[in-house]
Design a protein around this ligand. Structure first.
Ligand code: PGA
Length: 251
């Protein structure tokens, strides 16, 4: 049985005071959810505060991006080792906003995955198609290419120490969620694809859904057999919403 995982992706939002308040509310609101893992991926500058507040609690944390390079002359970048200094467990790689706004291609994302995993972090690998790609029937091909870049650079076994997040680009921040059936179909595709190469990895890897998850639709999504939790953007900034989504994962 795969445990459910709910990850808040704060993106570039909030300030220090709001972050503290949100974290304290999440700690309190999720204490009675023993069967799930609840995590937040905060902006880099807040990681020391996140670590201070969340250490010795049941809530874990991570970052939203990582450099594909080792320490060196890369102005503005943050290395995987630096994230370890703040006890991050997770790091998101290949979020669609990184791909579309910051030009990260499949190969760069795979290199970020490699650096993260090499440092001992658990990469949360985001994959997903745009609306145009879905409409011309390219969803599976696009996702396959995104996964294959990582499998080729690393190995199928590397996915065992990772989390995959299926995030249809058309559902991110749009209020338009994939239906549970639409999401399940892509999740099953991903798991079957992995199973063709390693059934054990396919059975154990957590595949999260992301894209306009809210307290009102989380239960139906999480009830699907291949959906192991969620990557939550907008709703992760509202304490009660995020806590309700975590509760939906518990049930
Ligand atoms: P959203 O974002 O929940 O605001 O749609 C999800 C994400 O981008 O991870």
């Amino acid at each position: 049985m795969r445990a459910k995982l709910v990850v808040g992706n704060w993106k570039m939002n909030g300030n220090l005071a709001q972050s503290r308040e949100l974290l304290n509310a999440i700690i309190t609101g999720t204490t009675e959810l023993p069967d799930i893992v609840c995590a937040v991926c905060a902006p880099y500058p807040y990681l020391p505060a996140v670590q201070l507040i969340l250490k010795d609690t049941h809530v874990v944390w991570g970052a939203q991006n990582v450099s594909q390079f080792d320490l060196g002359a890369y102005t503005g970048e943050v290395a995987a080792e630096m994230l370890l200094d703040f006890a991050c467990r997770y790091v998101i790689v290949g979020h669609s906003e990184r791909r579309s706004l910051f030009g990260e291609d499949n190969h760069t994302v795979a290199e970020k995955f490699k650096k993260a995993q090499g440092a001992g972090l658990i990469p949360i690998l985001c994959v997903g198609e745009t609306l145009a790609q879905r409409e011309i029937g390219e969803t599976e091909r696009i996702i396959e290419e995104q996964l294959d870049a990582v499998i080729k650079l690393m190995s199928i076994d590397s996915l065992a120490q990772s989390v995959i997040a299926y995030e249809p680009v058309w559902a991110i921040g749009t209020g338009r969620t994939a239906t549970p059936v639409q999401a399940q179909s892509v999740h099953a595709f991903i798991r079957n694809k992995i199973a063709q190469q390693n059934a054990g990895v396919a059975a154990s890897v957590q595949i999260l859904y992301g894209g306009s998850v809210k307290s009102s639709n989380a239960s139906d999504l999480f009830a699907m057999s291949d959906i192991d939790g969620g990557l939550i953007g907008g709703a992760s900034l509202i304490a009660n919403e995020f806590i309700s989504i975590c509760s939906a994962a518990q049930h």
